[in-house]
Design a protein around this ligand. Structure first.
Ligand code: 3YP
Ligand code: ZN
Length: 369
């Protein structure tokens, strides 16, 4: 097994500034760092190094995305706006997406890092890859940033695989706890990219990610939302992957699987109310690897998205990348006993009801002609 890791120090220099959590700081509470800051992601990279896992990975140096590559999914006007603000004092890319000087270049490197990872896998330089990029991407729309996302990294990686690298079918599985609205919109009428988002029901964006949003026109049936109830744990996630995600992928038969890998469904996350653990992510990764092996030669690329517990995301990231690399470092998650033993980790009937509805969406799914 050979696994690539995309990483660049500049990802850590994307400056979201001070905030009262995610809001601009006022005198409502003492100003604090914005919750989307470098800490969690740097600490994943650090744990990957200290655990010894880094020695088993292939370093992939990200290439910046070209403007043309970004224009596959964003408007020229939006790209120019970000570029202009970034060259001065920074600003807000749209909604809740503050950034400082230079973030245009960093966002190009984030989207480009996901594309570079895809190239490395398709060229056979590695079997699979994890792109530990920042800023995240799955909320970004064609013409505006949203929810900390500037450019649609994972969707742009899929577009790159389709338009530059000649793939016919690509699937995106978004396990970030928030709905991948930008990804959904990018391919809503496109049957060549299957988009699946598993998220906390009606968390962020508000009123986005309904089970009934299935795609449109030629793309009808090729968008699947699994809005799990708040409080869902490892049992619900594993069931959703076994009963919906894996069967959908088998029916669609993509040539490449991308994971929008947010780690904010963990029991420790401040921006959602789910109960995933590092071992839960390990299980989901194993399911994805098995499906990828079965249908697309193991070609799996994870693009990092959210995750806001600086203490816990490193264990989740380590577990995922260990599984992808087929290496156990022996470094244990010291919180696993506590979090995994909490009530509510098993699949509950009200969660199963949602999964059962979502499973029906797979019945009509097939690879497009
Ligand atoms: C954006 C504002 C409130 C919730 C937040 C979600 C960001 C995220 O991690 N998206 O995947
Ligand atoms: Zn998220």
């Amino acid at each position: 097994m050979s696994t690539g890791l995309v990483w660049h120090e500049l990802y850590m220099w994307h400056d979201t500034g001070t905030a009262a959590w995610v809001m601009p700081p006022g005198l409502t509470v003492e100003p604090f760092k914005h919750v989307e800051n470098a800490d969690g992601k740097r600490r994943i990279r650090n744990l990957v190094e200290v655990s010894g896992l880094l020695d088993h990975l292939v370093q992939i140096v990200p290439k910046a995305a070209t403007e043309d590559a970004i224009l596959r999914l964003h408007t020229r006007d939006y790209v120019e706006r970000i570029k202009q603000m970034s060259s001065e004092r920074g600003g807000d890319a749209g909604e809740l997406t503050p950034f400082g000087p230079g973030s245009y270049e960093i966002a190009l490197l984030a989207a480009g890092g996901c594309m570079t990872a895809v190239e490395a896998v398709l060229e056979g330089r590695v079997d699979n890859a994890y792109a530990l990029v920042r800023p995240p991407g799955h909320h970004a729309e064609r013409d505006m940033g949203r929810g900390f996302c500037i450019f649609a990294n994972t969707a742009l990686a899929a577009a790159h695989a389709r338009q530059a690298l000649g793939l016919e079918r690509v699937a995106i599985v978004d396990w970030d706890v928030h709905h991948g609205n930008g990804t959904e919109h990018a391919f809503y009428e496109d049957p060549s990219v299957l988009t699946i988002s598993i998220h906390q029901d009606n968390n962020f964006p508000p009123q986005s990610g309904a089970l009934t949003d299935r795609g449109k026109g030629a793309g009808e049936g090729y968008n699947i939302n699994i809005p799990l109830p708040a409080g869902s744990g490892v049992g619900a996630y594993v069931a959703a992957f076994e009963r919906v995600v894996a069967p959908a992928l088998r029916a669609f038969r993509p040539e490449l699987i991308l994971v929008a890998s947010g780690l904010d469904a963990s029991a420790m996350d401040p921006l959602a109310s789910m109960m995933m653990t590092s071992d839960g992510y390990r299980k989901l990764t194993r399911i994805m690897l098995a499906v990828a092996d079965e249908i697309c030669g193991g070609r799996l690329v994870a693009c990092h998205e959210g995750g806001y517990s600086p203490a816990y995301v490193p264990y989740c990231g380590l577990a995922i990348i260990e599984e992808m690399a087929g290496v156990r470092t022996g470094l244990e998650d010291p919180l696993l006993g506590l979090l995994g033993g909490m009530g509510g980790q098993d699949l509950q009937p009200h969660q199963e009801a949602v999964i059962r509805e979502a499973a029906k969406l797979v019945d009509t799914l097939a690879a497009p002609a």
